[in-house]
Design a binder for this molecule. Structure first.
Ligand code: C2O
Ligand code: CU
Length: 483
């Protein structure tokens, strides 16, 4: 008998070798859109103390590693606010290295430019011993996250990140919710961190970790209520890994991408580059049963997590996922939108063009500049410029006007392309049949051209870069200016 699993594995093998044809979802259910309204007011205050904390996670096998984290209690903090609430954050940079500046970027949030957390561009970064502050009302519901924006390869490598969840999008509350944060670690046989970057990796798909984890454990078994509708917020927080997730045999639907509600699409598999998120509604197994979540993109299908059903069944009804509420985005004026082409390429020589440093991999200087560049946007490699003298933007947009970005990947590598402070509306691809959806990070597969719509948001300078962090730091980064 051919099971769904066999079919899935076959499809994954094809996708892996051909580097194409991911996206396996059913047709979305047509539904009326319900707009999310603020559900709370007031201020949620949190304090972060960025520091080195020797930590032992289950995936380290009892060993302790010098992680860098935002706070004492948890490795990856989960911050929740309700739509309408203000988030007020004070942070102290206690990172244990001279010159290790920090700022916090709120990935995916359409907040004022001054709160965007990009060193030298939207703020002066905070030196060790210093204190910084952010205060904003997140304008959209969804699954977001936060991270620093300088020396990010090492910061991610050491675990310095957390999730930010803005609640208020559910029409029908789920029976439970689970946040899954996927991230690999680069640990050597001696139980110590390996160099976070290598030239080999930076010039190709990135330097891979050696130990896989979800929420700090390898293939964790998670208890869930039986026969229930559980919401899973899945985050790809690895610095480089591309994953394609799916269940072996389950009723599940994609309900949001990068935090943006979509008409529920039956999930077969979904490919995520680094920084991308997908919200899934899963009907859990009957009492005593379990369901496995796989990554089909790795050489062998890999069990990311297993959901073990406990307690009496919650539901007997058919699985009909309700769409999430959505945000009132400005409507894209496609007919009058200006087309702007962007080319994502290797540097002209395909080699390190600014090899100043002697050591391998990317070493970040005091101005967040890598010493080598391998990648470029519109032939311009970012570290060719000093952050204090930014050089010209990749494009100047007028606030409120519609644009179509034509993103052309001329390389044999995949690139998850991210824009700050905005969301893209995916229009079409030269290689795949994509549904229409909103995202802040779009995965370009090798040699793919994708058109995305965008209505220019708040004035300011907004970063636009590949989120494979070694690509970002080695040149595939630029900015858009909204005036
Ligand atoms: Cu997570 Cu500049 O981005
Ligand atoms: Cu890239």
């Amino acid at each position: 008998m051919v099971t769904r699993r066999d079919l899935m594995f076959g499809a994954a093998a094809f996708a892996g070798s051909a580097g194409a044809g991911f996206l396996s979802v059913g047709r979305p259910v047509a539904a009326r859109e319900v707009i999310a309204e603020p559900i709370a007011h007031g201020v949620k205050s949190i304090a972060f103390d960025l520091a080195e904390r020797p930590t032992s996670l289950p995936c380290f096998n009892g060993r302790t590693l010098p992680l860098w984290t935002f706070e004492l209690a948890t490795t990856f903090p989960i911050v929740r606010v309700k739509l309408g609430e203000r988030l007020d954050t004070v942070f102290r940079n206690n990172l244990p290295r001279e010159g290790e500046v920090a700022s916090i970027h709120w990935h995916g949030l359409r907040i004022p430019n001054t709160q965007d957390g990009v060193p030298y561009m939207t703020q002066q970064p905070i030196p060790p011993g210093g204190e910084g502050r952010y205060s904003f009302v997140p304008p959209d519901t969804g699954s977001f996250f936060f991270h620093t924006h300088c020396n990010s390869v090492e910061h991610f490598g050491r675990g310095l990140m957390g999730t930010l969840i803005v609640e208020g999008d559910e029409i029908t509350p789920a029976d439970g919710e689970i946040v899954l944060m996927m991230k690999d670690w680069r640990i050597g046989p001696d139980g110590k961190f390996l160099p976070f970057s290598t030239d080999e990796g930076a010039a190709k798909s990135g330097t891979a970790g050696t130990v896989r984890s979800v929420n700090g454990a390898t293939s964790p078994v998670i208890s869930v209520p039986s026969a229930a509708n559980v919401r899973i917020r899945f985050y790809n927080l690895d610095p480089m890994r591309i994953s394609e997730i799916g269940f072996e045999d389950a009723q599940a639907a994609i309900i949001a991408l990068d935090g943006n509600g979509v008409p529920p699409m039956p999930l077969e598999s979904w490919r995520l580059g680094t920084a991308m998120r997908v919200d899934i509604l899963l009907r859990t197994a009957a009492p005593g049963g379990s369901i496995k979540l796989y990554d089909y993109f790795s050489a062998e299908p890999f069990v990311l997590a297993e959901f073990k059903s406990e307690g009496p069944p919650k539901r007997t009804d058919a699985f009909v996922p309700t769409p999430l509420k959505v945000m009132p985005f400005a409507k894209l004026d496609e007919a009058n939108a200006q087309l702007i082409p962007f080319e994502f390429s290797a540097t002209p020589t395909g080699a390190a063009v600014a090899a100043i440093g002697a050591g391998p991999g990317i070493e970040i200087g005091p101005l967040c500049l890598a010493k080598r560049t391998f990648w470029a946007i519109n032939k311009q490699a970012w570290p060719g410029r000093d952050h204090r003298d930014l050089g010209p933007p990749l494009a100047v947009l007028k606030a409120g006007q519609s644009y179509i970005f034509e993103l052309n990947n001329t390389t044999p590598r995949a690139h998850p392309i991210h824009i700050h402070g905005h969301t893209f509306e995916v229009l079409n691809s030269s290689k795949r049949d994509l549904p229409r959806f909103r995202c802040d990070t779009i995965l370009l597969i090798p040699n793919e051209r994708i058109q995305v719509g965008l209505v220019a948001g708040e004035p300011g300078k907004w970063m636009f870069h590949c989120h494979i962090l070694e690509h970002q730091e080695a040149g595939m980064m630029g900015y858009i200016e909204v005036v």
